[in-house]
Write a protein that binds this ligand. Structure first.
Ligand code: PLP
Length: 294
């Protein structure tokens, strides 16, 4: 069993009248096209983890997430694809939703745990599994090894961009991008759009991945009230964007990052001639939880 999977994804230009008016060029790295359920950046993060698991002859993947977690689904699907058993600890009381159904369909065993038990993840792992044959994967795929997988996004780019924008949950993807850009000595500025409220905690998490947070510009004002929160303005933006471009985005991650970039363009943040890349991190199943809005 080799983890041979073509990770590369295309870069597409998006032409909207707003971008033309401000003379900026905007491109999207379509990591959403890598796989329908192994959501773009979750796959980037899992790849090095699964390669190591395979090298160490481990058979089981154990991870953690909320009931709508893209990471749980990506782990379930990748486990099925590459022959690992998968277990997911789900925060909160037992519920049923389309994402968890897909996790089960791919063979993941789900363990619902209350919020206080969920806090001590190491204890949950130790009670059921051993590192001899199981891999502990952090919630959201956070980690140094995972960040190294995200650096591959930079390797695939056809040109150097002035700015790169990404939605941030754990900050792992932004950290991987920043380290890759530094290693290549590109003049590119990495921008993170935290989707959680009070996203400055990300700076500590990113520092723990051995990346200096000063290498990343954080835009803390586009969380729309917090994780998975949204308002009519965001929904309206997403609807227009999808209709105008034919490219799907959703309200939890990519909608917020793409909104942030658009808002900054409107405010004249970029000089004429600037070339900007948005990372489409996937996660389109997030839409399944909010379909009533559309
Ligand atoms: C998980 C996720 C993110 C956040 O990535 P981090 O590396 O945790 O910052 C961004 N976009 C989508 C679609 C995701 O599913």
């Amino acid at each position: 069993m080799a983890l041979d999977f073509d990770f590369s994804s295309p870069v597409e230009a998006i032409t909207l009248p707003l971008f033309a008016a401000h003379q900026v060029k905007v491109f999207v790295k379509r990591d959403d096209l890598i796989h329908p359920f192994i959501s773009g950046n979750k796959w980037r993060k899992l790849k090095p983890i699964l390669n190591l698991a395979e090298a160490e002859n481990k058979k089981t993947l154990v991870t953690f997430g909320g009931a709508w977690s893209n990471h749980l689904l990506a782990t379930a699907c990748a486990g099925a694809k590459f022959g690992f058993q998968t277990h997911g600890f789900v925060r909160g009381e037992s519920v049923q939703n389309p994402v968890l159904s897909l996790c089960r369909l791919y063979g993941m065993e789900l363990h619902f745990v209350d919020r206080s038990a969920y806090r001590d993840k190491q204890r949950l792992f130790d009670a059921h599994f051993s590192l001899d044959d199981a891999v502990y994967i952090h919630e959201g795929g956070y980690g140094k090894l995972a960040a190294s997988g995200c650096a591959e996004i930079i390797e695939e780019l056809p040109q150097v961009y002035d700015h790169i924008f990404v939605a941030s949950g754990t900050g792992t993807t932004a950290a991987g991008l920043a380290s890759a850009v530094l290693a290549k000595q590109w003049p590119t500025q990495i921008h993170a759009v935290p989707v959680l409220k009070g996203g400055s905690f990300l700076k500590d998490d990113i520092r723990a991945l051995a990346i200096t947070p000063d290498d990343i510009v954080f835009h803390l004002e586009y969380h729309f009230g917090g994780y998975a929160k949204h308002n009519a303005e965001l929904i309206c933006f997403i609807r227009d964007f999808v209709r105008d471009t034919g490219m799907m985005i959703e309200p939890t991650y990519t909608g917020k990052a793409f909104y942030a970039l658009t808002d900054l363009v409107k405010r004249g943040y970029f000089n004429a001639g600037t070339e900007i890349l948005l990372i489409h991190t996937g996660g389109l199943t997030g839409f399944l939880g909010m379909y009533e809005q559309f």
